[in-house]
Design a protein around this ligand. Structure first.
Ligand SMILES: [Fe+2]
Ligand SMILES: [Fe+2]
Length: 319
């Protein structure tokens, strides 16, 4: 059982507990000696950990990879205003340790299966048969990975089931906006929502814990916008979807980051594409604010949040 969580770890204390290995690598220090450099995590946060003098441990260390859960003993110290673990010993976890995966990874607050069914239900409600076939087909094919994939390697929705959670909240918000802006085509907008980040499945490399720390080759070279357009082009040809509709959907995926410096070669050129971008930004920002406020006392400002231009977010207390 795990009992010490990262957010409660105090400076100068000794820690002996289980943590998830997020990244691990062997580095060479300024003295020329090798050391083990880790980022360890649990569901309350992450922390840097180092093990010096690793010559005797090398065999052990070579077995280590991200996604492992290890038990470690370490001295806590502060370095550059951040707490750090100086590891004296560690071992990999064994089944007898009786660990709960929920203690180690952050998961979306809703069950993946339920979110998936909700999204599928939205696709089933489309009046446009072609868009219904497109979305249902894709959801069906990607079901397995969607159930655990995060939406990012860090920050917004970097959690187990994060991609589904991002999609679901955008679908609900998008549906409501269609009531306000009656000229919006609901099926088109919501297809854009379902497809806009779908190729994150191939851009990011994630394991079944929803942990992602690397981009794939295609992810690095092309990114999820271009990958998305490429895949949609193939699928929509197969389904025989007409040129105007197909190109508009591809455009929505291509333009959803809005600015060239964020990866969109075109800005949105019709209302559904414009709204898709704002839904995306809104969901990411609100998520980051919610996360910052979880760690903030009422009446106080959060730590600086760098994804929100280093703003400190205020947590209300009286109403
Ligand atoms: Fe995106
Ligand atoms: Fe997105």
């Amino acid at each position: 059982m795990k009992s010490t969580f990262i957010q409660d770890i105090k400076d100068q204390s000794v820690v002996q507990d289980f943590f998830l290995v997020k990244t691990c690598s062997i580095k060479v220090g300024s003295t020329g000696k090798q050391y083990l450099d880790l980022i360890v995590a649990d569901n309350t946060g992450e922390m840097s950990a180092k093990k010096w003098d690793i010559e005797e441990d090398l065999e052990n260390i070579k077995e280590l990879s991200s996604g492992d859960i290890i038990k470690l003993r370490a001295q806590v110290s502060e370095w550059n205003k951040a707490k750090q673990l100086k590891v004296t010993k560690f071992r990999k976890s064994i089944p007898n340790d009786n660990l709960r995966i929920g203690d180690f990874v952050q998961a979306a607050p809703e069950e993946p299966e339920e979110m998936y069914e909700f999204i599928k239900g939205v696709a089933e409600s489309f009046e446009d048969q072609e868009l219904r076939d497109l979305c249902l087909g894709r959801l069906e094919r990607e079901r397995e990975r969607l159930l655990y994939y995060p939406a990012a390697t860090r920050n917004h929705h970097a959690l187990l089931g994060g991609l589904l959670y991002h999609m679901k909240r955008m679908l609900i918000a998008g549906d409501k906006l269609c009531e306000v802006y009656e000229t919006l085509n609901r099926d088109l907008l919501l297809t854009g929502v379902m497809m806009h980040d779908m190729e994150k499945l191939n851009e990011i490399m994630a394991n079944e814990l929803g942990l992602a720390d690397e981009y794939s080759f295609e992810g690095n070279m092309l990114g999820h916008l271009v990958l998305g357009v490429r895949e949609l082009d193939r699928e929509m040809r197969e389904l025989g979807i007409g040129r105007e509709k197909a190109v508009m959907i591809e455009h929505m995926v291509l333009s959803h980051h809005y600015e060239p410096e964020f990866g969109s070669p075109k800005r949105p050129l019709f209302p559904e594409a414009e709204v898709l971008h704002y839904l995306d930004v809104m969901d990411a920002k609100i998520y980051d604010m919610e996360e910052a406020l979880k760690k903030t006392e009422p009446g106080q400002f959060s730590e600086k949040v760098w994804t929100l231009d280093s703003r400190r977010i205020y947590k209300r207390k009286d109403f």
